[in-house]
Design a protein around this ligand. Structure first.
Ligand code: SAH
Length: 475
């Protein structure tokens, strides 16, 4: 098979500012090469099997040279892989997309481009600045501020006389030169100017001034790269159009489990938050079998164990009716539902494991079934219990920066809370005490409280109520 390379414009950063086609290609990709400006949240669109390759930096902060990046991409595609090269904004706006495309075609690989929203337009929109406006600007010019190389000198005279909106990319280190050259060439000193840093991202920050004052303002406000520098009367419209920075959860980072996506993710994004999804839990099936001989009581510790247990019975070619004299006991609401789904009514149900009184049980005639960490908890209470562990869940490591940057953690169920805390180190648990943890119900709250981690509980067990609670916290 001939390899193919898709150059994708990732937009300015917010994960939903991708095209529908870009999302599909990311889902289909075998390998994705991304660089420094890419919002890592975009990589959530990729499949679990996809190889993710950061070409943004080498050890000691050196950039990977362009030719080396091209070689890596081409090599991967020649293995017959579907390769995506993810570029910030639009690949053809100061993104070296043209050079990469030419090289790919020379190698006789299949090549395509998916345009993206350039930061020069979309980034400004998120700062409340329309790049054109019937009353203020009838053209716009996107200019590189990277003035280092000899052949990249700008015609300041022409730029100074241009009526349209001027947008400089990669211009922060040259801000002084840009503003002073324009004023020297008689551009009006009162021209409104804005600088937008990390547009569409959690760290978006906008400052405004005039051509004359902006340098000092940028310095005072510690504005750094990557930023857009925009000049023209359109900047004044920010007073009316600044929708993003005025959202109630703007600038807030909220961590939630992967499974929450459909319900909560969009609500939070629409309220202006940025969201980190915890990596998927890793489930490992166990191979042991269980014996039901002499058992009069089966205690299910979690919902998934019920389906694993029934599956195992089927594998062993056994009929569930042999259990008609066996009592079923469940721990947790979802476990109860899972047992009821089998057409069996549990004889006892408990909200949490700690409500279960082991000493009252005839342990010899009881089999406990549950994920390994639940069974471990039990074994600590009484090492003689008979148990069956159908599977083991490992919680993937949460990147350190996500932990420190997060403002809120939302754990929607006791299961989510249990697995979240299960493999968390002491340092992170201590750090959690200074974060805000939102839960929907008393049982989930209890899981944190037993570890002395304070939580905030929503008024009702609904996603609306959770959102209201977070907004209330921010007011
Ligand atoms: N292809 C990109 C531009 C790449 S050049 C595009 O179409 O947007 C890199 C420069 O783009 C940065 O130095 C900065 O000036 C600008 N830039 C890209 N993304 C940005 C963002 N989210 N916020 C502010 N500036 C950004």
């Amino acid at each position: 098979m001939r390899g193919q390379i898709t150059l994708i414009g990732a937009g300015p950063g917010e994960p939903e500012l991708l095209t529908v086609k870009a999302v599909r290609k990311l889902q289909e990709a075998d390998a994705v090469f991304y660089d420094r400006l890419i919002n890592q949240d975009l990589l959530n669109y990729c499949s679990d099997e996809c190889e993710l390759i950061d070409v943004g930096k080498k050890p000691k902060h050196h950039k990977v040279p362009q030719s080396e990046i091209e070689n890596l991409i081409i090599e991967k595609a020649k293995e017959g892989k579907r390769v995506v090269r993810l570029k910030s904004g639009d690949p053809y706006v100061f993104g070296r997309g043209g050079e990469e495309g030419k090289r790919i075609i020379e190698e006789e690989l299949i090549f395509e481009v998916i345009p993206g929203i350039t930061s020069a337009i979309g980034g400004l929109a998120y700062a409340g600045i329309p790049i054109t406006h019937r009353d203020f600007a009838s053209s716009f010019h996107v200019i590189t501020g990277h003035l280092k190389s000899e052949d990249n000198q700008l015609d300041w005279d022409v730029l100074a006389k241009t009526e349209g909106t001027l947008v400089f990319l990669m211009g922060m280190s040259e801000l002084q030169t840009i503003t002073s050259e324009l004023m020297k060439h008689e551009k009006n000193k009162e021209t409104p100017v804005a600088i937008v840093r990390w547009a569409t991202r959690k760290d978006q920050k906008t400052v405004t001034g005039t051509l004359e004052t902006i340098c000092q303002i940028a310095e005072e406000e510690k504005m750094t790269s990557p930023s857009l520098i925009v000049m023209g009367d359109v900047v004044t419209q920010r007073d009316y159009l600044n929708f993003y920075e005025s959202r109630p959860l703007f600038g807030k980072r909220i961590v939630l489990p992967h499974t929450c996506k459909k319900n909560m993710y969009h609500r939070l994004i629409d309220a202006g938050a940025s969201v980190f999804e915890l990596p998927k839990l890793i489930k490992k099936e166990m191979t042991d079998i269980f014996s039901l001989e002499n058992k009069e009581r089966l205690v299910f510790l979690d919902a998934d164990s019920v389906s694993f247990f029934v599956g195992k019975l089927q594998e062993m070619n056994q009929d569930i009716r042999q259990l008609q004299h066996v009592d079923f006991v469940t721990i947790g609401h979802h476990t109860e539902l899972a047992v009821k789904k089998l057409g069996i009514l549990p004889i006892e149900t408990y909200a949490v494991l700690s409500d279960y009184q082991l000493e009252k049980d005839n342990l010899e005639k009881t089999l406990f079934i549950g994920e390994k960490s639940y069974v471990n908890q039990l074994e600590q209470l009484n090492p003689t219990i008979d148990s069956y562990v159908p599977f083991e869940v490992t919680s993937p490591v949460i990147p350190e920066n996500e932990f420190s940057e997060a403002d809120y953690f939302f754990l929607p169920s006791s299961k989510a809370a249990h697995y979240f805390l299960k493999d968390l180190g002491k340092e992170n648990k201590d750090m959690l005490k200074n974060k805000k943890i939102i839960v929907m119900g008393a049982i989930t709250a209890k899981i944190f409280e037993t570890q002395e981690i304070p939580v905030i509980q929503s008024e009702n067990p609904s996603f609306e109520s959770v959102l209201d609670k977070i907004i209330e916290e921010e007011m």
